[in-house]
Design a protein. Structure first.
Length: 112
């Protein structure tokens, strides 16, 4: 992880590729995605809302050789296309990641 200045001049944690690889190896990302899908199914697996692409859980990311960070999806949405269903079922995955100390948030994507 690397500390960077955000656009307000405040310090912010940016994840690097090595951090993401470590999370993959530890199974953290798979577990979070499974929790998200499990909650979606528990809620009835209805694909409700606007068709959106790019939905997922995002982090502040700084790529190799980059000077500035960007927000990137760490986990792609495992549910259908509807943004309402995705937003209503992401909670357990976010809670799990935050309990692991990962700074992240839900990204509703873009309308398709």
């Amino acid at each position: 992880m690397k500390t960077v200045k955000n656009f307000s001049g405040e310090n912010q944690i940016a994840y690097q590729q090595s951090d993401i690889e470590k999370l993959k190896q530890e199974g953290v990302l798979t577990k979070a995605q499974d929790l998200w899908l499990e909650e979606f199914r528990r809620q009835g697996a209805e694909d409700r809302g606007t068709c959106c692409g790019g939905k997922g859980i995002e982090i502040c990311y700084i790529g190799p050789g980059k000077r500035n960070y960007e927000y990137a999806n760490l986990i792609k949405c495992p549910t259908g296309q509807g943004n309402v269903s995705a937003a209503e079922s992401v909670g357990p995955a976010l809670e799990y990641l935050k309990a692991k100390g990962i700074e992240c948030k839900y990204n509703d994507g873009w309308m398709d």
